[in-house]
Ligand binder design. Structure first.
Ligand SMILES: Nc1ncnc2c1ncn2[C@@H]1O[C@H](COP(=O)(O)OP(=O)(O)O)[C@@H](O)[C@H]1O
Ligand SMILES: [Mg+2]
Length: 318
């Protein structure tokens, strides 16, 4: 027979004396805890780590190749390519920017005229006798060069379909540049077509800029699937270096909520650095310069320098 469960009533004596909790003073006297340093909470809602100045290099290369990728347009891919590249060059890195969008915004953003280009990345991809040196131009920023592009690149997407190893074409043509640069940044077009697959196949890492707007997370699943497919089939070493919140407005509840969702979805993949919304970026584009030159002491320039430090700390082992 089951025994009735004895439920203790209010008059039940306690089986033993409740131990007295030690006071804070007693605890500290027994085991003094180090006083925690003041923790600054960053814009992503996580404690902001200390990001050291990137160490000086005593030589250059081999380059790490990173694609700036999101199939949505207007999220800050081109702006991030120009300004992260320029900030890295300020830190003594040799940088090559690759304009891999037929719209040529990266080239225009660095002051080039799309109708006055002798050779573009299209020639490098499609013509066997064209070398990197024939196409690379200085960007106007010391230590940073550019492989320009214009609308011709749209034809490459169609023509590449018939090539052998069509997904590896960009990887093949960039190979000779690895020894000369520390970082190669590829500005992808807003699509997940063959050009973007070429960029991902050539890359060691991907940075995903995401506009801090309500619908920003839409489409990211598809991007993740594409990255996973490239990793499985073409480039097993590819890693997501980070997700970058752009056009952030921390003054609005909306902005903060989107940031919270971003961190919920991507966790520590989200960079601690966040790029705030400011018209200075469009002004710099019109001037054909990176913001680090155009408005060197602006908050926007500072944010990209901080991103450069975070990228070095995360991806280059210090
Ligand atoms: N943080 C920012 N604040 C305000 N405007 C920005 C910011 N980043 C980019 N922009 C502007 O938004 C537009 C789209 O940015 P862009 O970098 O060209 O995006 P994508 O390359 O993804 O299409 C450009 O006019 C650019 O100047
Ligand atoms: Mg762009």
């Amino acid at each position: 027979m089951r025994q009735p469960v004895h439920a203790p009533g209010p008059s039940d004596p306690l089986p033993f004396e409740r131990p007295q909790r030690p006071s804070r003073e007693e605890l500290h006297a027994a085991d003094p805890l180090p006083i925690p340093p003041t923790v600054e909470i960053g814009p992503t809602g996580r404690p902001m780590p200390h990001l050291p100045e990137p160490p000086a290099l005593d030589g250059h290369g081999p380059a790490r190749i990173v694609s700036m990728c999101n199939q949505k347009g207007g999220v800050g891919k081109t702006t991030t390519t120009i300004n992260l590249g320029a900030a890295m060059a300020e830190f003594g890195r040799r940088v090559l920017l690759v304009d891999f969008d037929p719209q040529g915004s990266l080239s225009v953003g660095l002051g080039l005229n799309p109708h006055e280009m002798d050779m573009t990345i299209y020639n490098l991809l499609m013509e066997r006798d064209v070398t990197l040196d024939d196409v690379i131009v200085p960007s106007g920023v010391p230590g940073m060069d550019l492989l320009p592009s214009n609308i011709d690149l749209a034809a490459a997407e169609v023509q590449l379909v018939h090539e052998v190893a069509r997904e590896q074409t960009l990887q093949r043509v960039l190979r000779p540049a690895l020894a000369d640069y520390d970082l190669i940044l590829i500005d992808c077009q807003p699509s997940l077509g063959l050009l973007t697959v070429n960029a991902l196949t050539a890359s060691h890492g991907v940075i995903v800029p995401l506009e801090c707007e309500y619908f920003a997370l839409r489409g990211v699943a598809l991007l993740k699937t594409t990255i996973d497919k490239v990793t499985e089939r073409l480039n097993p070493d590819l890693v997501v270096d980070g997700v970058l919140g752009t056009m952030y407005d921390g003054r609005t509840l909306h902005g903060r909520e989107v940031m919270e969702r971003l961190v919920q979805a991507w966790g520590d993949t989200v960079f601690h650095t966040v790029i705030r919304r400011t018209v200075k970026f469009s002004d710099a584009t019109v001037a054909g310069e990176p913001i680090t030159n155009y408005a060197s002491s602006s908050a926007g320039a500072g944010a990209y320098r901080q991103l450069a430090k975070e990228v070095v700390a995360r991806c280059h082992g210090g």
